[in-house]
Write a protein that binds this ligand. Structure first.
Ligand code: BES
Ligand code: ZN
Ligand code: ZN
Length: 472
């Protein structure tokens, strides 16, 4: 993985090129002070300091050099507001500038460090990009205090991207276990892995979904516990379906194409747990990842089968493609047994959430209004927005079964992400504050700093919320 620590350095006056930050409001003033040659180039390229633009300009010899300036060329970059950069303000530069050191002029990099870092991360496990530049190193002075945090956020985001981008053949339940195992060793946490007969006995829905892949990619429940026992308990859960074929209610080829990313919730949960442990947040953390492949063989779960969940509720399977809610149901039950004060879960749960909100905006369901509001604000502050949807109780009847306590998939396509969330809520104790994110974990198209492919969506929002809530 990219070594983010090397991409920012303390400014000790070392040689560097200048990145002049401008916005459309101060652009004309800046231009007036430039020598004719520069003005001609700026005009020729139609550069107007629009937010997504930058330009490399030669040193003219007439512009005044300051100490530590490497005078072969300078960069001008447009932003929305030079007085207040956002996380993505510098993302268009990362990986695009010639290798070397850069110093910002005209803006503080404080809120843009994350974008500088993450924009230089490339998923190159299977193909080395041909147009990749060398490292662009940013020199910072006043922003040193924010540096470690930005590096940790970039590492967590890169982890999510890499995990999601990795094909299911190389990111099965065993690999999820490896990743959680390494994390537990690093942070001196306890890891418990439940599989085989014990999984069948105690987590029937996790076993039921995963059993068709028993031979090659055996299902399991990963549980990590960390932190002092007397700290407030929080549980973080992620849907770890390492490939979702739909099972016997099989997906179409198009619908199946991206389903290596169905462990995206697990990637978010693992990355959030990593952030919690790295920052040593004073909480007692319980991370739960039901890790399964939703596959088919003669042993596969069938439509019409009835599973008795860990909670004791019987669930009639009306669609084996609604598997995420099954594995999460048992994980939520276990998390609730510990009586935490907060449960957060992340899941690529429904296509319906994407129909409602598109790929960029995770749907958030929450039992506590204050928590929902705080998360919404944290998302806005981090430019990692989330949008609340209702746990609309009257739709509970859509999950009624005539022969079991409930069905797993309501008929028809109305409010699909809401009935999925209502299904999950059946497994959450009434007195526990619970938040569920239905996230896409994927960018269908590239944006600056955000290549097409796996993405963390709702991660930085959740992390900011937890940090604000639990930092003394
Ligand atoms: N993993 C999918 C949800 C999904 C599909 C997320 C496409 C993002 C993009 C989930 O397991 C699933 O298949 N859900 C079904 C539920 C339906 C059968 C009730 C869906 O959304 O179509
Ligand atoms: Zn599915
Ligand atoms: Zn799924």
């Amino acid at each position: 993985m990219t070594d983010f620590n090397t991409l920012i350095e303390a400014d000790k006056g070392q040689d560097a090129r200048t990145v002049q930050i401008l916005d459309v409001h101060n652009f004309e003033d800046w231009l007036k002070d430039q020598p004719d040659t520069i003005r001609e180039i700026v005009k020729a390229y139609k550069f107007k300091a629009n937010p997504k633009s930058f330009l490399i300009l030669p040193e003219t010899g007439t512009s005044k050099k300051v100490d530590g300036e490497q005078g072969d060329f300078r960069v001008v970059a447009g932003v929305v507001n030079h007085k207040q950069l956002d996380p993505w303000s510098l993302a268009k530069l990362g990986g695009k500038l010639p290798e070397g050191k850069y110093r910002l002029s005209g803006a503080s990099a404080k809120d843009a460090l994350f974008g500088w870092l993450i924009s230089q991360h490339v998923f190159d496990r299977y193909k080395k990009p041909t147009d990749q530049q060398g490292e662009s190193i940013l020199l910072v002075k006043d922003e040193i205090a924010q540096l470690d945090e930005a590096v940790r956020q970039a590492q967590a985001t890169a982890l999510v991207r890499d995990m999601v981008n990795t094909p299911a053949a190389d990111m099965g339940p065993d690999k999820l276990e490896d990743i959680v195992d390494k994390l537990s060793v690093k942070h001196d946490a306890e890891l418990k892995v439940t599989r085989g007969d014990t999984l069948e006995e105690h987590f029937p829905m996790i076993y039921g979904v995963g059993k068709a892949a028993m031979r090659q990619h055996a299902p399991r429940l990963l549980e990590l516990k960390w932190g002092k026992a007397d700290h407030p308990k929080i549980a973080i859960i992620g849907k770890g379906v390492t490939f979702d074929s739909g099972g016997l209610s099989m997906k179409s080829p198009v619908g199946m194409m991206l389903m290596k990313k169905d462990m995206g919730g697990a990637a978010h949960a693992i990355a959030l747990a990593k952030l919690v442990m790295e920052a040593k947040l004073p909480v007692r953390l319980h991370l739960l990842v039901p890790a399964v492949e939703n596959s088919v063989d003669g042993h596969a779960l069938r439509p019409g089968d009835i599973l008795k969940s860990r909670k004791g509720l019987t669930v009639e399977i009306t669609n084996t493609d609604a598997e995420g809610r099954l594995v999460l149901g048992d994980a939520l039950t276990l998390a609730g047994e510990e009586e935490p004060e907060l449960i957060l879960d992340f899941a690529t749960l429904t296509g319906a959430a994407r129909v409602a909100l598109g790929p960029d905006l995770p749907a958030m369901f929450a039992t506590d209004d204050d928590v929902a509001e705080a998360l919404h604000q944290a998302g806005d502050a981090e430019d990692d927005p989330v949008w609340r949807m209702p746990l609309w109780k009257r739709y509970n009847s859509r999950l009624n079964s005539s022969i079991a306590d409930c069905i797993n998939s309501a008929s028809g396509s109305f409010a699909g992400c809401m009935t999925a969330a209502l299904f999950l809520q059946k497994f959450v104790p009434d007195n526990v504050s619970w938040v569920h994110f239905d996230t896409y974990a994927w960018h269908p198209a590239s944006k600056p700093g955000r290549p097409k492919g796996g993405e963390a969506l709702g991660l930085r929002a959740s992390w900011r919320y937890l940090k604000d809530r639990y930092t003394a």
